[in-house]
Design a protein around this ligand. Structure first.
Ligand SMILES: Cc1cc2nc3c(=O)[nH]c(=O)nc-3n(C[C@H](O)[C@H](O)[C@H](O)COP(=O)(O)O)c2cc1C
Length: 138
């Protein structure tokens, strides 16, 4: 199995009526059965997500996510073969947006605003690594 890490960002569809809880519930259910782990940050507008797992499982999951009309403007930030998982503790760890995150976000942003589309692949991974200490226990 080629262990693979994929990171992308996207934007909440303004017409979406879905909730983050519903997204997390189905993500965790599918990911558990596909041996996918990862982390998701959502600030009310943007998503930044990392998927880790077998190459085929990661590709199939990302294809499903791409076709999900709850979000738009998905951009692939990083795709690589890895030796070990960085976010292996979570079927999908969720980082809830709070003001405590500001100093971490600021260190990875040009402006004060969270702008995931401007992140390089390695910065996106670095940011998610730092945010992994803030994963909610829900
Ligand atoms: C921002 C976002 C992140 C998602 N993350 C995952 C995920 O990690 N794993 C997953 O299986 N589905 C994820 N989904 C849900 C999928 O898009 C899809 O609804 C789900 O896999 C069920 O697929 P199906 O409707 O074809 O059965 C995510 C959706 C969104 C909008």
């Amino acid at each position: 199995m080629q262990l693979t890490r994929l990171i992308y960002c996207s934007k909440l569809c303004p017409l979406s009526t879905g909730s983050i809880e519903k997204i997390l519930e189905s993500s965790r259910r599918y990911n558990t059965s596909n041996a996918i782990t990862g982390i998701l940050l959502f600030n009310g507008t943007f998503f930044l997500q990392c998927l880790e797992g077998g190459r085929i499982a990661v590709n199939e999951t990302y294809c499903r996510i791409l076709h999900d009309d709850r979000h738009i403007e998905s951009v692939l930030l990083s795709y690589e073969t890895i030796d070990r998982r960085e976010f292996g503790d979570w079927a999908m760890g969720y980082v809830a947006w709070t003001k405590d995150l500001r100093p971490i976000i600021r260190a990875y942003s040009i402006t004060d605003e969270f702008s995931p589309y401007q992140l390089s692949g390695s910065s996106a991974l670095g940011l998610l690594r730092e945010l992994s200490t803030k994963v909610a226990s829900c």
